[in-house]
Write a protein that binds this ligand. Structure first.
Ligand code: MF3
Ligand code: CO
Ligand code: CO
Length: 260
């Protein structure tokens, strides 16, 4: 039975759990800060992954994607028309003009922290940079739509309005997710939909918001590696992700780097 008003499967974190989750989220965000200067023409996605993996382990954590449902690497690296779940490879070298999402999930102290960012490699086209900026804006507007007593649908409605008003589209096949002791937990957080619908938001809920925005059509396909998702029309796709906590006053972004 679907009871969106009283979802017993969505946990409300205690303050101790929130402190532990915050530490994992901070580390994940720190990984993105660490890797940013390395994301340059000439580096391979395998090397990006290796640097992130090493940093995560050096900070006492485990890279959650590694071995998750058989995923072979520590991070996801998704270039240009790749929507998400790109597999890092020492054969794939970044070129000037690429856009690349690096998606980091850390398991620290029993809690997963999940965040991603799309970087510009050298000087992408104006259209590519506009897509990256729009997608960051979509995430920010999604976070801004979170309030206790609101609904999960408020988030997707806000994101979809921003994306579609700029002629872009929202990926349907992948959604944000509850997070904590589990990597992917209820609720699902669609990045499209209708305000006022879905699970009611309560203080202490933690979930990701991670819009994937395509310059063209929203449809995707999965490559033969059974992971890499690409746009069906081969248009560019960008993504940003935060882990957020519903608070008494709205939302707190947990995936903020140390010292910020
Ligand atoms: N970090 C991704 C997310 O945002 C999930 C990656 S799962 C993997 O949910 F297996 F592909 F790594
Ligand atoms: Co996620
Ligand atoms: Co992620």
């Amino acid at each position: 039975m679907n009871r969106p008003d009283s979802p017993s499967d969505i946990d409300i974190k205690s303050s101790d759990e929130i402190a532990a989750l915050r530490a994992s989220c901070r580390l994940a965000a720190d990984v993105l800060v660490m890797i940013e200067p390395h994301v340059r023409p000439g580096i391979s996605t395998g090397e990006i992954d290796r640097l992130c993996h090493e940093y995560i382990v050096a900070h006492g954590a485990y890279p959650s994607p590694l071995g998750y449902r058989g995923f072979p690497k520590a991070t996801c690296t998704s270039i240009n028309e790749v929507v998400c779940h790109g597999i890092p490879s020492f054969e794939r070298v970044l070129k000037d003009g690429d856009i690349i999402n690096v998606d980091i999930t850390t398991l620290l102290g029993g809690f997963h922290g999940d965040t991603s960012k799309t970087f510009c490699v050298g000087q992408p086209s104006a259209a590519a940079r506009a897509l990256v900026d729009l997608t960051r804006d979509c995430l920010d507007q999604g976070v801004a739509a979170v309030r206790p007593g609101g609904r999960i649908g408020d988030i997707g409605a806000a994101i979809q309005a921003v994306a579609e008003s700029h002629g872009c589209s929202v990926v349907r096949d992948f959604v944000g997710h509850g997070i904590g002791r589990e990597f992917h937990a209820p609720p699902e957080v669609p990045h499209f939909g209708r305000a006022g619908r879905g699970v009611r938001l309560r203080p202490g809920m933690t979930f990701t918001i991670e819009p994937m925005i395509n310059a063209g059509d929203w449809r995707i396909e999965i490559l033969d590696d059974n992971w890499t998702a690409i746009t069906r029309d081969r248009s560019l796709s960008a993504q940003f992700e935060h882990t957020v906590l519903v608070t008494q006053g709205g939302a707190e972004v947990l995936t903020i780097p140390s010292g910020r």
